[in-house]
Design a protein around this ligand. Structure first.
Ligand code: EPU
Length: 426
């Protein structure tokens, strides 16, 4: 029920520090279950999906200590339960990483079918195929995946489609399996490399992460480690577009420019000026941008997690843009909300056709998922008038301190928190 209220039309200027990557952190945190000793993680984003992961670990008996805002110590030695609390697991996608890590450690895991953003059909057949290939059996009953294996044995697995989640689960399951596992047609996202680096720092033997063939030689033991999570390229891309949309001038700090190339090159193509430095970018916004055609693809293609934000920018570009979503069936639910703000968009299946208008107007809107919410913030910031965004819990699942970071860049955005009393009165 909490809302963001934006009084738009202010140019963003200054520096924004990018937090650790959500999709790396939510894989690395469950991976600490595999260590014999404590792990200290730095640059962990303070977001709701991370809080849920930490609560799951605590409920199962791990010792979790928040050393400071972004540093966490996890000692999973005393985990006693191989059942992940149902409602917690159901509330996020990445809870499926407990399947592989608990299976690996205890030979059994019971985890509810995952939740996460509603982006259409999101099957887990490729995850289950990996577990089976490694020697596990599973049942799915009453919404719970119950998976068992006496022993996990290395094997060769070809993914029928490129999937981030199944690639990560296969790595997590195979890193202590007997012998060699070869993953083919693997996903190549930066967070997959980050997870492999984390596991290797614990003593795993994983080669090829970041390419489509990953080789994992199982080891008997993994030890505790200290590790810094990579910066979040989607958070960085979101602020890049916010800077461009408000004709701003913003330094996007604490990033790995290479991870941002698919976003940077598309933004440059439509006319955004971007200066690249070692660990920061400067984005210099322009009066108006050119139309474009874009299709979301697995890394290093244009990321689906940036599709709504780019669409929000293109609603104000010159001419007709075409955006094709190739990863998920239903990732245009935010379009109705942008229409409330005056955008001219038609959607036919997985294709959105955007007729650029000169400007949008503020309106009351609702976030339907995490990146949809980010797109509405961008639209609200760039437009004169008041935009009220409801259901911001979606946004808080994945963006650390978003309103504070935007306020520091000069945006007029506030979070209106509804107390329980206020909720009851409504
Ligand atoms: N797919 C299958 N079978 C499977 C697994 C996936 O058909 O067993 C399909 C999916 O339905 C989808 C495509 O393959 O059409 C790609 O799915 P993928 O497995 O790559 O996505 P995911 O693991 O469910 C992660 C991120 C998403 C991000 C996608 C793509 C996490 C926790 N989530 O999801 O992040 O969009 O990869 O990059 O890492 C977000 O951060 O906003 C977000 C939705």
């Amino acid at each position: 029920m909490d809302k963001f209220i934006i009084n738009g039309g202010k140019r963003l200027t200054g520096t924004v520090n990018i937090s650790g990557a959500k999709n790396a952190a939510v894989a690395i945190i469950p991976a600490t279950i595999l260590a014999d000793g404590p792990c200290i993680l730095y640059n962990v984003p303070e977001i709701n999906d991370v809080s849920i992961d930490l609560r799951i670990l605590t409920e199962m008996g791990a010792e979790v200590k928040i050393i400071n805002k972004n540093t966490i110590r996890i000692d999973a030695a005393h985990i006693r339960d191989m059942v992940v609390p149902y409602e917690m697991a159901r509330s996020m996608r990445a809870s499926y990483y407990f399947l592989s890590t608990m299976l690996n450690r205890f030979g059994r895991a019971r985890v509810s079918m995952p939740g996460g953003c509603d982006l259409g059909d999101r099957p887990i057949d490729q995850h289950l195929k990996c577990f089976k290939a490694l020697g596990a059996d599973y049942t799915i009953e009453h919404g719970i995946v119950d998976i068992k294996a006496d022993k996990l044995i290395g094997t060769q697995i070809y993914f029928d489609r490129v999937t981030v989640g199944a690639t990560i689960n296969a790595i997590l399951a195979a890193c202590k399996a007997e012998g060699l596992t070869i993953l083919e047609n693997a996903a190549k996202e930066p967070h997959i490399v980050d997870l492999a680096n984390f596991l290797n720092s614990m003593g795993a033997d994983i080669m090829g992460a970041g390419t489509d063939v990953i080789k994992i030689r199982g080891v008997n033991k993994l030890h505790g480690t200290e590790y810094t999570v990579i910066p979040d390229q989607i958070e960085a891309g979101t602020y890049m577009i916010a800077a461009a949309a408000t004709k701003g001038n913003v330094i996007i700090n604490n990033i790995i420019p290479k991870h941002l190339e698919p976003i940077t090159s598309k933004l440059r193509k439509i006319g955004v000026v971007i200066e690249e430095h070692d660990d920061y970018l400067r984005v210099i916004g322009q009066e108006r941008y050119e139309k474009t055609t874009v299709k979301t693809m697995p890394h290093p293609g244009f990321p689906t997690d940036m599709q709504p934000q780019l669409t929000a920018l293109l609603t104000m570009a010159k001419g007709t843009s075409i955006v094709t979503e190739s990863m998920f069936d239903n990732r245009f639910r935010y379009v109705d909300e942008l229409r409330r703000m005056g955008a001219d968009i038609s959607v036919d299946g997985k294709v959105a056709i955007i007729e650029g208008v000169e400007h949008l107007t503020g309106a009351p809107v609702k976030a339907s998922d995490l990146r949809a919410g980010a797109a509405l913030i961008i639209a609200g910031l760039s437009t004169e008038g008041i935009t009220e965004i409801e259901d911001i819990y979606h946004i808080e699942r994945g963006y650390e301190d978003m309103e504070i970071k935007l306020q520091n860049l000069g945006a007029d955005i506030v979070k209106r928190v509804f107390t329980d009393g206020m909720r009851k009165a409504l």
